[in-house]
Design a protein around this ligand. Structure first.
Ligand SMILES: [Ca+2]
Ligand SMILES: [Ca+2]
Length: 88
């Protein structure tokens, strides 16, 4: 996750603490975490106690700087920056 943390620090001031979306979700099957293309997520980096399913609709994943850049499951409606991957 150091790579994503480095990207965050390059694009945000130190005073910002916005979350960043990663393309992992369990919106189709609860607690079955997959990528946006439907393939199984091979990497998970949950913060301690997450995913906590605080609400039934917490189906998206944010990287949260205040949680040491580890993951938290949250409601998908929030507006955050996002990480995406593409082949060069
Ligand atoms: Ca969920
Ligand atoms: Ca959560």
């Amino acid at each position: 996750m150091d790579f994503l943390e480095d990207l965050y620090r390059q694009s945000h001031s130190t005073s910002e603490v916005d979350g960043v979306w990663v393309s992992t979700t369990d919106i189709k099957v609860e607690n079955e975490w997959v990528l946006s293309d439907g393939s199984a997520a091979s990497y998970l980096n949950w913060h301690t106690g997450q995913p906590d399913k605080e609400f039934d609709y917490d189906d998206c994943v944010q990287v949260w700087p205040n949680l040491g850049f580890q993951w938290n499951d949250v409601y998908c409606i929030y507006s955050y920056w996002f990480y995406c991957e593409y082949e060069l």
